[in-house]
Design a protein around this ligand. Structure first.
Ligand code: ZN
Length: 155
């Protein structure tokens, strides 16, 4: 099977891909696929760039379309940063221009609450992709088992 080129991809299309961290991803319409990455016990949305987008960071090769992200679900990894206690939007301000140090504030300029600012994985897209990820993992396990039993049969 040939890899799909970028201009053949549909924005919001869900594709079977070969990439470093996952095997199903939604095309973001410009340069990459958003998929579910697992790191230790954490699972979150992450972008892998198309192989043709950049020889340096492009790790994803798409093979076929398997689904479509529904209307109304955004193609983003994370929610905008918010205060973990009150849920209001939060933004970062440097203590001094050019300084890496700074603090998080609510939109009205008051410091964020005790829990600090958080950015969360964008759950609506995660929920859309999860069944596709699961199906792809199961398909992969079946193929592996078939390969193994073929080997045993031929030896
Ligand atoms: Zn707050």
């Amino acid at each position: 099977m040939d890899m799909l080129k970028m201009d053949a991809l549909e924005e919001g299309g869900i594709y079977r891909i070969t990439a470093r961290n996952f095997f199903v991803g939604a095309w973001n319409g410009t340069n990459g696929f958003i998929g579910i990455r697992q790191k230790f016990s954490d699972r979150y949305l992450f972008t892998e760039y198309h192989h043709d987008y950049s020889p340096h960071v492009g790790t994803a090769r798409p093979w076929e379309k398997v689904g479509q992200v529904p209307e109304g679900v955004e193609l983003i990894e994370r929610t905008p940063t918010e205060c973990s206690d009150c849920g209001r939007p939060a933004h970062f301000e440097r203590d001094d221009p050019g300084s890496p140090r700074g603090h998080w504030f609510h939109a009205d300029g008051s410091p964020v609450c005790e829990g600090g600012a958080v950015t969360l994985t964008y759950q609506p897209l995660f929920d859309v992709l999860e069944p596709y990820r699961k199906a792809e993992d199961e398909r992969w396990i079946e193929e592996e088992n078939a390969r193994k039993s073929n080997k045993e049969g031929s030896s």
